[in-house]
Design a protein around this ligand. Structure first.
Ligand SMILES: C[S@@+](CC[C@H](N)C(=O)[O-])C[C@H]1O[C@@H](n2cnc3c(N)ncnc32)[C@H](O)[C@@H]1O
Length: 276
């Protein structure tokens, strides 16, 4: 079953403890723990904090806005937005171990009151219609087979005029990626759409498209440098490999970059708006 495969892929216990001890090992026992300081470890998507910062600038959250993070992982982006903008963020993720880690890290940075974590499915959001000012979803769509339902659920829970920022990896013309990749150990957990298929799904759900950026080509030089660096130096001290496993993560990163370079993946960032 894809869902069991997904649980096996994202498995992990004591994630928060591992993250906090890696931080202390790198920065000393008295290291300050803030969302910003944790960012190298807990933004689990390509380009990490840089990608979250650019996405946040497009959403432009106001203090006290209610924001939804669909597939929030261990909650790094949700904490960072709440810390930076003073907004309220609800993070929803399928994996109980990721939700437990997110709650523990929220407590460690003193953000439990402003970042709420719920375990659940993006395909059945446990919120009434028009609950959120804005929403975002970073590198989750690759695990979603029913993408039409994903976008109609996001549309339903957004207020009219609300923005939805999505980043994802998609299918490339060169065929299947080399598995395992960071979102899937095998093809059974991976559902990749082309950028054009994703554009159609967004429009069919009723959204207006504000911005649509296929970043595949632009990313290639940085990807090439990244592969050279990890092959030469290994992974840096702090990164999501702390909770995904160091040895395994080297393979996940290398396979992603090799797949990118072979035209087997695309990188998409988009911004949609529920018409007001
Ligand atoms: C690559 S991680 C990205 C996590 C987070 N968005 C981030 O950027 O730090 C993908 C996440 O999607 C979650 N996910 C996959 N399928 C889901 C679903 N149907 N509903 C909710 N979350 C899901 C996984 O549990 C995982 O945490």
């Amino acid at each position: 079953m894809a869902r069991d495969g997904l649980a096996a892929h994202y498995q992990g216990e004591d994630i928060a403890e591992r993250i906090l001890s890696a931080l202390r090992a790198a920065q000393g026992a008295d290291a300050r723990v803030t969302a910003e300081v944790l960012a190298p470890l807990d933004h689990f998507h390509g380009r990490g904090l840089a990608a979250t910062t650019e996405m946040a600038a497009r959403l432009d959250p106001q203090a006290d806005d209610r924001i939804l993070d669909i597939g929030s992982g261990i909650g790094g982006p949700a904490r960072w937005l709440a810390e930076r903008f003073g907004c309220h963020v609800t993070g929803l993720d399928l994996m109980p171990s990721f939700c437990r880690a997110a709650e523990a890290l929220n407590a460690a940075v003193g953000l439990s009151a402003r970042v709420r974590i719920l375990q659940g499915s993006a395909l059945d959001l446990p919120f009434p219609a028009a609950s959120f000012d804005h929403a975002y979803s970073q590198n989750v769509l690759m695990n979603i087979a029913d993408k039409a339902r994903f976008f109609t659920e996001a549309f339903r829970v957004l207020k009219p005029g609300g923005l939805f920022a999505v980043s994802c990896v998609g299918a490339g013309p060169g065929g299947e990626p080399f598995y395992p990749v960071p979102w899937a150990s095998t093809p059974a957990e991976s559902f990749l759409a082309t950028p054009e298929e994703t554009r159609r799904l967004v429009l069919d759900a009723g959204f207006d498209l504000v911005r649509f950026e296929d970043r595949t080509e632009a990313m290639l030089p940085a990807r090439r440098r990244m592969l050279e660096e990890v092959e030469r130096d290994g992974l840096p001290a702090l990164g999501w490999h702390v909770f995904m496993g160091a040895e395994r993560s080297l393979e996940l990163v290398a396979n992603t970059v090799r797949s990118d370079l072979a035209g087997r993946l695309t990188t998409l960032e988009l911004l949609a708006r529920r018409p007001g």
